[in-house]
Structures are given as C-alpha cells and as structure tokens.
Design a protein around this ligand. Structure first.
Ligand SMILES: Nc1ncnc2c1ncn2[C@@H]1O[C@H](COP(=O)(O)OP(=O)(O)OP(=O)(O)O)[C@@H](O)[C@H]1O
Ligand SMILES: [Mg+2]
Length: 297
C-alpha cells in the first residue's frame, strides 16, 4: 500500500488532453503514480475518469501531453521532440504490462474459469500451458476461487466473475492495474468480496489506479485520492484530507452526493439481507419519507 522502491514514478502523465468531436474531456491532466502506490480517482459522471484510464493504456489516443509507464512513452516514439505513433504491435506490447478491470467482466462464456485465466498468458505471451495453469491456480486461490477452476462463468455470481476477471488480468503479470468501477455492476452483498481481493492486491504492493465510488475503500486503501471534475484535477491528497477535509467546494458537493448514495446503498444491503423493506423506514439517517416507500413483501 505504501509507495516503495525507485524514485521515478511508475506512471508519469503530463498535461494530457483529449477531445471527442471538439468536446474537450481531458484538459491537461498531470498525474504521477509511484510504484506500489494506490490512487483512487473520484469525480462526477462525465468528468473524464474512464477516458483518462483508457488513455493510459492507449485504448484512446491522446491529443496533447505525454504518458509514460515505467519509463515507456505510451503509444508514441519521441524522435527529436516529434511524436510518431507506434505500430499496433508495439502498442499491444506496451499494453500487455497493464491490467485492466472494468465494470463488466467480459469473460469468455464458453470457457471454464481456468481456461479464461490461462488464455492470454498462453496465446499472447506464449507461456507453456502447464506453467500457465499452475500460475492460474495460484491466482484463483489468491482471489478465493481455488475451488472453481472448472466452473463456467454463468455458474458464478457477479462477484465471483469479477474476481476471475481480476485473476485473468493478474495472469499477465502486470506492472500496473487499472480498475474502472469494478464493483458498480454488482449486487450490494457481493461488493465486499471484490473489494477484499483489491485490498489484498494493494497489500501485496501492486500499483493501482482505481475509479470507484466506494468511499470506505478509498479511505482505507488509497495512498492518495485524486478528485477530477470536468476534465481537470481539482484536488488531490491523502484520503484523510480529500475525503475527510476537502478544500474545494466542488469536492465537497461531490462527496455530499456520494454520502447520500452510500446511505441508499447501505439501506439496499439491509433490505437484501433481511428481505424486509419495512426495516428501511427505521434506518438511521432516513429522510422520513416512509410514505413514499414500497413496503410490500
Ligand atoms: N468514445 C467517445 N466518443 C464521444 N464522447 C465520449 C467518448 N467517450 C467518452 N466521451 C465523453 O467524454 C466525457 C467523459 O467521459 P468518461 O466516460 O471519461 O467520464 P467518467 O468520468 O468515466 O464518467 P462516469 O462516472 O459516468 O463513468 C463524457 O462527456 C463522455 O460523454
Ligand atoms: Mg467512467
């Protein structure tokens, strides 16, 4: 969880800009991430979080600025100050070192869990199948799915599928993991098991950039929180400052909205555990809008 090793940042992004059809969605983002550091990226919908992650691993080209990952200029060759786009093959090679985990897990439905995890190391890295399977089994143990190698994705819960997706990304032995709202498509009761795996990964020293609305995770696991709004970094610092004592009014407004959502989320967990939506009327901090609630069942 704590930054370690070399002085040069693992991710060094300088003045990154990106437009879609004249709409500038990244307006000069600077961001350094140290090796072993966990950065949580917060910001309202449309602020450019996903776009920034996609620029880091070159799923999007950037219009201005530069991004280095482990000293490699992403997507371009710098020849005397002029940037030349790398070949697709070289970009694919750069991307191999970056694991990405999205809201949707996109596992191969017709392959078992083990086959899903083994696929990329064998096909892309040319790893021997036996070695890849042994490594995949270790990773499945790590994400708490050591008993599921033969299951098919459809036989797993959303939380289990997301943990397979994390194991699949880790199988490529990435230097950096990018998470884009990995728990936001999950039922509330499945969020914790995925966050636990991510917390464990952080403890093992993985460098991570995590877009999430899980404020508890941000507070406990992030070394640094970066708050973005409208394509710029508004505020950044340790979670105790950015979340605990935000300086900027836009950060405060966002966090207050998040707190309301967290409350609703907590209430949904209570309802899913008890199966009793009437209990919600008594939940602490409830706005007292009992009359508006559906108390059927
Ligand atoms: N491929 C695209 N083509 C056109 N516009 C895009 C594209 N991708 C993103 N945008 C726009 O860029 C802006 C930033 O989008 P982005 O997905 O990065 O935001 P975000 O912070 O991840 O939001 P959310 O919290 O909703 O995921 C939005 O206005 C979005 O509509
Ligand atoms: Mg997004």
């Amino acid at each position: 969880m704590t930054a370690s090793t070399s002085d040069a940042p693992l991710v060094h992004a300088v003045n990154v800009s990106k437009s879609f059809h004249g709409n500038e969605v990244l307006k000069g983002i600077d961001m350094d991430v140290a090796t072993g550091e966990v950065v949580v990226l917060l910001g309202p919908s449309g602020s450019g979080k996903t776009t920034f992650l996609r620029c880091i691993n070159q799923l999007e080209t950037i219009d201005g600025g530069r991004i280095w990952v482990d000293g490699d200029l992403m997507g371009y060759d710098d020849r005397g100050g002029t940037l030349h786009r790398l070949t697709d093959k070289r970009i694919a090679a750069q991307r191999r070192d970056i694991g990405m985990c999205f809201q949707r897990f996109n596992l191969f439905p017709h392959k078992t869990v083990l086959e899903n995890v083994v696929e990329a190391p064998v096909q892309v890295k040319g790893m021997k199948r036996k070695a890849a399977e042994a490594r995949a089994m270790e990773l499945l143990q790590q994400v708490g799915l050591g008993d599921k190698p033969s299951a098919y994705p459809a036989q797993l819960s959303g939380g289990q599928q997301q943990r397979v997706a994390i194991a699949r990304a880790l199988a490529m032995d990435p230097k950096l993991m990018l998470f884009d709202e990995p728990t936001s498509a999950l039922d509330p009761e499945l969020v914790g098991e995925v966050l636990k795996v991510m917390r464990d990964l952080a403890t093992r020293g993985m460098t991570m950039i995590v877009v999430t609305h899980e404020m508890g995770f941000a507070r406990e696991v992030a070394d640094r929180v970066v708050f973005m709004d409208a394509g710029v970094v508004v505020e950044e610092g340790p979670p105790s400052e950015v979340i605990g004592n935000p300086k900027h009014h836009r950060t405060r407004a966002f966090l207050s909205r998040m707190r309301q959502e967290e409350q609703a989320h907590a209430e949904a967990v209570v309802a899913s555990v008890t199966g009793n939506t009437e209990a919600l009327a008594d939940a602490p901090g409830d706005g007292g809008d009992d009359g508006a609630r559906d108390t059927a069942g």
